[in-house]
Ligand binder design. Structure first.
Ligand SMILES: *Cc1c(COP(=O)(O)O)cnc(C)c1O
Length: 368
């Protein structure tokens, strides 16, 4: 048997004919940049994410840069974020000239620890970037309280959590700006790069719309230095076809997660994901804490089971951030967890037989 970490072919099998029709419409209209499908998809996303404005852009990384620029984060400002995330979260902070301040995570949810945020606030702190890691929202109630008390802006990096909820609120709609990625491996993936910013603020939306076209308004008059970062019309047409399926795909992932819980909770050498009582997860990843992680990884890969380590090295000790002066041991929880995490296949189309094969092999590894 073969169980990939993600099976895009299985996902597209049912919908490719519909997508071809929509792509064809774009090709025939020749409206490649900000064609009508972009606005249509943005409107669909406003409804899905229960937010006033959705502004498409070229990637989840650009969405973060645009969000920081719209919030006027600049040189010498400090932005607090988690050390345990995909690189782009912190890369975006550096890209606008600001300083990432890394804090540690909660050992159970792997999300940013609100207490650590409070301890890291200085007079230079302007914003917090929260990440909803692996599809589970961080503790947004506490984080918003801290932000309001200290007059800080909040960006939700929701690249991995589209459609997830915290306390009944849609992830990405709670802070000042939420960002999304439509990288092919996210729960809603494009056929290339694409991203989006979400906000309830009319003023921030107007800025984001300007910033994605070089900060211009009207044309050739520039108030800010922006980016060239539009959501491609072809990608918007693909995403528009896929969005109506998203809820059922995320439901399938939740069902697959329940199955893993029922079969893996009694394996003492691993710990299955912990979901906060106020959170729902969309399980972009199903990430275990495992004894002998590296050996297990090798073993499963040898059995044709796709698995991955998200993430093997926290950001505060990455070479590119050495100037910030962090050292090993500064953020011990993330450092320890990065040595133990392993993500196993959870995609919507995985079959029960494939899941059984994964479960059997994990158990077999530890019984030897
Ligand atoms: C995928 C991802 C991004 C970046 O998105 P791209 O579309 O690949 O630029 C940012 N943050 C997190 C947490 C991600 O998982």
């Amino acid at each position: 048997m073969n169980v990939p970490l993600l099976d895009l072919k299985a996902q597209y099998d049912q919908i490719l004919p519909k997508i071809r029709i929509e792509i064809d419409k774009v090709l025939e209209s020749h409206r490649y940049i900000l064609g009508p499908q972009v606005k249509e998809f943005e409107e669909d996303m406003q409804k899905y994410c229960e937010v006033r404005h959705a502004v498409g852009c070229a990637s989840g990384t650009d969405a973060l840069v645009l969000a920081l620029k719209a919030l006027q984060i600049q040189e010498d400002d400090e932005v607090i974020t988690t050390t345990f995330t995909f690189f782009a979260t912190a890369g975006a902070i550096s890209r606008v000239g600001a300083k990432p301040i890394f804090v540690d995570i909660k050992p159970d949810t792997f999300n940013i620890d609100p207490k650590q945020i409070e301890n890291a606030i200085t007079p230079k702190t302007k914003a917090i970037i929260v990440v909803h890691l692996f599809g589970q929202p961080a503790e947004m109630d506490t984080i918003m309280e801290i932000a309001q008390k200290n007059k800080l802006k909040v960006i939700e990096d929701n690249a991995q959590g589209i459609g997830a909820k915290f306390n009944g609120k849609v992830a990405g709609s709670i802070g000042d700006i939420g960002t999304l990625s439509f990288f092919p491996s996210k729960n809603l993936g494009a056929m290339g790069d694409a991203g989006m910013c979400l906000t309830n603020s009319d003023e921030l939306a107007a800025r984001l719309i300007q910033l994605r076209v070089h900060g211009e308004n009207p044309q050739y008059f520039h108030k800010w230095v922006g980016l060239n970062s539009r959501l491609d019309t072809i990608q918007a047409s693909v995403l528009k076809v896929k969005l109506p399926y998203l809820e059922s795909w995320s439901d399938a992932r939740r069902k697959n997660a329940q199955y893993y819980f029922s079969k893996l909770n009694d394996v003492s050498q691993i710990k299955t994901p912990f979901i906060h009582e106020k959170a729902t997860s969309i399980y972009n990843q199903f990430t275990l804490l495992a004894e002998d992680r590296d050996e297990l990884l090798k073993y499963l890969r040898n059995k044709n089971i796709g698995c991955a380590v998200y993430y093997p090295k926290p950001l505060h000790i990455q070479e590119c951030f050495s100037k910030l002066g962090y050292k090993k041991g500064d953020l011990p929880i993330a450092e320890e967890i990065s040595q133990k995490v392993i993500s196993i296949p959870i995609y919507s189309e995985i079959t029960k037989e494939q899941q059984d094969y994964v479960i059997e092999n994990i158990k077999e590894y530890y019984s030897n």
